[in-house]
Unconditional design. Sequence first.
Length: 172
Amino acid sequence: MEIITGGAESADEILALLDGAVAWLVSLGRTGQWGDQPWSGRPAAAERIREYARDHLVRLAVDDRGRTVGACVLAEEVPRYVTPAAERELYLRNLVTDRARKGSGIGAALVTDAVEEARRRGIALLRVDCYAGGDRRLVDQYVRLGFTPAEGFEVEMPGGEPWPGQVLELRV
């Protein structure tokens, strides 16, 4: 596996990975995180990914056959629902891996790459947020990747219950 830089042209690959992740979550009955509809079929969600890919640093995990098996988007700006840190930070805006390769270290490799990018930029704080509902399984995954939970938050959802989130941080 190799980590390469993508760009605006990578949006469809990221959306395909996100669609696969939604299908996997639905198969487990875990629709609280991203719902039960593919990202690519939700215009606002798909546009957000296209903006991320256009406006921020895209890093792709590519297998030995040239297939994208993971992606992350890094930015120095935080999402609108997160309070900025009191220092310069690199924010992991999106991290997704091919669910067929679960457990193969793709996510860990992308986080390691994000840490190296923070170092290259002279930034000492890497942060990410994730779904904190249900059994907090995703929060635990980020903890296993070296992050420490910071503040929790909720995002008001149209016509539904608030979406529980957790910001996590990793000192570089």
